[in-house]
Design a protein around this ligand. Structure first.
Ligand SMILES: [Zn+2]
Length: 180
């Protein structure tokens, strides 16, 4: 039998859960002010830990190989971002840099090269009925997107890392080097 007291406690917890989910849920790319420390080694967490650590959108992309909506808020934001670095929102590993970003018009953040090649792992992906190359984070195994070759974008590598911005954390470059 459920008492009134436990019902009200339940209602209260549900309200709290709804609030924190709302606060955490965001359709924009995570932005940080400082470059995070690189993970020392592989980052291994349980599903429950990842769920706690990530927003629902980040969890869906990184841990469930989800794909964000093309031409959404994240992409609009990406296009307006200046110089900076892009890290894994799951484990902080440096993945991409604004130096290699280009406007492919595909609706997702595009880079022609990773910033730190050892931090990305490429895997064959035959889902969705076609052969693609999946891009994952080498440190935590998070799904980032796919890489395509030979599309003729005229970039130095002729590759397009088509990446879900929602799985990244952007750190704007400091405009003036601090000398103190
Ligand atoms: Zn990672």
């Amino acid at each position: 039998m459920i008492s009134i007291r436990s019902l009200s406690t339940l209602a209260f917890s549900l309200t709290l859960a709804a609030c924190s989910a709302k606060d955490k849920k965001t359709a924009v790319m995570e932005t940080r002010t400082e470059v995070p420390a690189e993970p020392a080694g592989k980052v291994v967490k349980t599903d429950a830990e990842w769920k706690k650590h990530l927003t629902p959108e980040q969890y869906h992309i990184l841990r469930e190989s989800g794909t964000e909506r093309p031409n959404g808020e994240v992409y609009r934001e990406f296009k307006h971002q200046g110089k900076g670095s892009y890290h894994c929102a799951g484990c902080n590993a440096l993945l991409f840099s604004s130096d290699h970003k280009f406007d492919s018009g595909c609706g997702w953040p595009s880079f022609y090269d990773p910033a730190k090649a050892e931090n990305v792992v490429l895997k064959e992906d035959n889902s969705m009925g076609r052969a693609r190359t999946e891009v994952t984070c080498a440190k935590c195994g998070g799904h980032l997107g796919h890489v395509f070759k030979g599309e003729g974008y005229g970039t130095p590598t002729d590759q397009r890392y088509c990446i879900n911005g929602g799985g990244l954390a952007y750190v704007p470059a400091k405009e003036v080097p601090q000398e103190k």
